[in-house]
Write a protein that binds this ligand. Structure first.
Ligand code: URA
Length: 238
């Protein structure tokens, strides 16, 4: 027997948090009856309906995409723009783990495994994300130190970050800065630079945890290996 929200998330319909919301809203039925209790346990034999749709078990799939610019990180878009899911033709109902802005490129993981997504989304010292930002202007040591120590964005201090100046281009008046974060706040990198007076011109995520862009051109994707999936799951036990 497993918890209802876990079974829904594992079926690839949505994240566990969203599954909990659906249960609380009375949109989940087990064997024809609405169940609103979050702890409810279900088995393989139970018939589960989520918002009127029967839950079926899908094989778990895991993808790593090198997200190009001009694609939205979502499963669908009301303005009919291209989404990251459109770039990966597959039968399963995959969704992105976390979010990259429309104009941000780089590492994005997609899956239909809610538990896997949850592990990577959950704050964890071991799951870090490495970004490279091209910013307008020449960044100096005091700015790097301010970013390292944690600037305030949206009224809240960011955690300490690893920040390195990779290169400056005096001719074009730009700098390349590497930032490694554990947090994943909305538009975090752009807002961090804004708070120290710099505009981000280009942003690329080079790595999430152990996943980098090796062998993937822009718009290309690959499936994760069983070993890679197991390494993510091993974080749960620590
Ligand atoms: N920080 C941003 O500002 N944008 C992203 O897409 C990712 C991190």
């Amino acid at each position: 027997m497993e918890r209802l929200q876990k079974v829904i998330a594992n079926a690839g319909v949505t994240s566990r948090r969203k599954a909990e919301e659906l249960i609380l809203k009375g949109l989940v039925k087990v064997n024809g009856k609405v169940v609103k209790e979050l702890g409810s346990k279900v088995s393989d034999k139970d018939r589960i309906e989520v918002d009127g749709n029967l839950l079926t078990k899908e094989a778990k799939v895991y993808y790593l995409l090198n997200k190009p610019r001009g694609v939205i990180t979502s499963v669908s878009d009301e303005k009919n723009r291209k989404t990251v899911v459109d770039l990966i033709p597959c039968e399963e109902r995959i969704y992105p783990i976390g979010r990259l802005d429309y104009d941000t490129t780089g590492v994005l993981l997609l899956t239909n495994d809610g538990e896997f997504a949850n592990i990577l989304m959950h704050p964890n010292d071991k799951v870090d994300k490495k970004y490279i930002a091209k910013v307008k202007g020449i960044v100096k040591g005091d700015t790097i130190n301010a970013l390292k120590n944690g600037v305030i964005i949206d009224g809240r201090k960011c955690e300490k970050a690893k920040v390195k100046l990779r290169k400056i281009d005096l001719k074009n008046n730009t700098s390349m800065v590497e930032i490694i974060l554990h947090e994943g706040r909305n538009h975090q990198v752009k807002k961090m630079f804004e708070s120290v007076g710099f505009e981000v011109l280009k942003l690329k995520r080079e790595r999430v945890f152990i996943f980098d862009l090796k062998g993937l051109k822009s718009g290309e994707y690959r499936m994760l290996s069983k070993k890679e999936v197991a390494i993510v799951y091993s974080l749960q036990k620590k």
